[in-house]
Write a protein that binds this ligand. Sequence first.
Ligand code: F6P
Length: 515
Amino acid sequence: MPEVSLDNGNGRPLIVVSNREPYQHVRREDGSIAVAPTTGGVSVALDALMRERGGTWIAYGGGDADADVVDANDRVTVPPDQPSYTLRRVWLSPEEERRYYDGFSNEGVWPLAHTVHVRPRFRSEDWAAYQRVNARFAAAVSAELTDRQTSVFIQDYHLALLAADLRQLEPAVRTSLFWHIPWPHPDRLRMCPWRAEIMKGLLANDLLAFQLESDRRNFLISVRDELDASVDKGYVTLGRRTTRVIASPIGVDFDRIHRIACDPGLVHEVARLFREERLDDPSVEIIGVGVDRLDYTKGILERLDAIDLLLTRRPDLRRRLAFVQVGVPSRSKIRSYAAIESRIDERVAEINARHGRSATDGPIRYRKSALRLRQLIALYRLADFCVVSSLHDGMNLVAKEFVAAREDLGGVLVLSEMTGASRELTDALIINPYHTEGFALAIERAIYMPLQERTRRMRALRGVVAGRDVFHWASDILDRLSNLNAERAASAWPLAVPRPTLLKRVASSASNVRG
Ligand code: F6P
């Protein structure tokens, strides 16, 4: 008998799976262990969900003291200040991290999915590691599945094969995967030699969700063209299995950000930032901010070009404008990331030397490290404008976080039309990062925008961001997963690898990688 389930997805036990863990344990110089949240909008957003829902989050244990704090089953309870869910760590060897994370995920799939000018690299050894690591994650999920009502919610492009591997161990498991980054145009997807395997892996989920309708459309076209699958109104049938494919843009934890922004104690963080970034210099009248991982997709050089042009045309702004750029080092072992990082260093020094006193004392206040959420919110609060200038971005949660932090209705958002966020945040000043003149004019317009217009735009933006926060996003996906026709959810996935072979693969690859 097929199981029919109409209950709310929020009531089911939940397992979230991602590559990046929400909290990392690291050893301090004095030998003690510190725990810190990992940065990134997605971690923050999902942590909010897990704090609220409880459950288990399975992720790669990348901190150098991660292995020292887990129990015999590799579990630890988080967040440290308010334990509310279980983090189960999966271990990778340095070689696996290099090939599965740096290699296949970030030198292959990442540039494949983003329309930028970096060549994707596909190597057989990276692909083999990617398959091995996905199988290991599947084994960890299987070990945590004690209740057959559990919903498994997989995150992102690192784990495209997980559902297919998991289904060999747990045929009736209920899974959804959210693909956080863009899905490439079918012509671009052809660069990937293993695209069919990736699409088949994704179609092992009951529900597959993308940020935008255009991502969903690109995926469906590729599936129709490249697989022997039938596509009917967002349902894809491949063999005996049917997957629902939807678009559901991710949001932020609006209430938490709003609460922190309203906390009178935040004034101390603001004051500290003023001191640290020399914003208390009496000549500074206008403050802009940018917050990004140091990634070539983020359009940081294009942003610096626009500021350079603006200050060339408007020398009166040179001393009056300070632009705080937070750059979080990311994926630094990859050559294209190391290259963008040093190019940004050079460009900041050039602009500061040209428009300021020296390479290190000018309008660009470059802060090359991550900020804690409170500091970040303080930074958003002190800004007159925030710039998000990605060349291509699945969503961009900085844009939404900035809006959530502006309960004072101040601040202007300058937002690239290449971000997923620009589809919803239409009251931002929308720019094309490839058009430096237009971009510079938009920053000038943000600086001189009349108060009434600022307020009107920010109020409208806040309505959008509050109206679709991370909980709405998660409920949308998990409720739809729950309500899917259970006959479909329980249909057997055709086994590509016999179960004993998969188990053997996991067992042999998992030895000796702990910690
Ligand atoms: O945007 C895609 C994404 O993988 C997010 O899930 C994550 O917040 C961000 O990139 C950071 O990536 P990484 O885990 O490689 O530092």
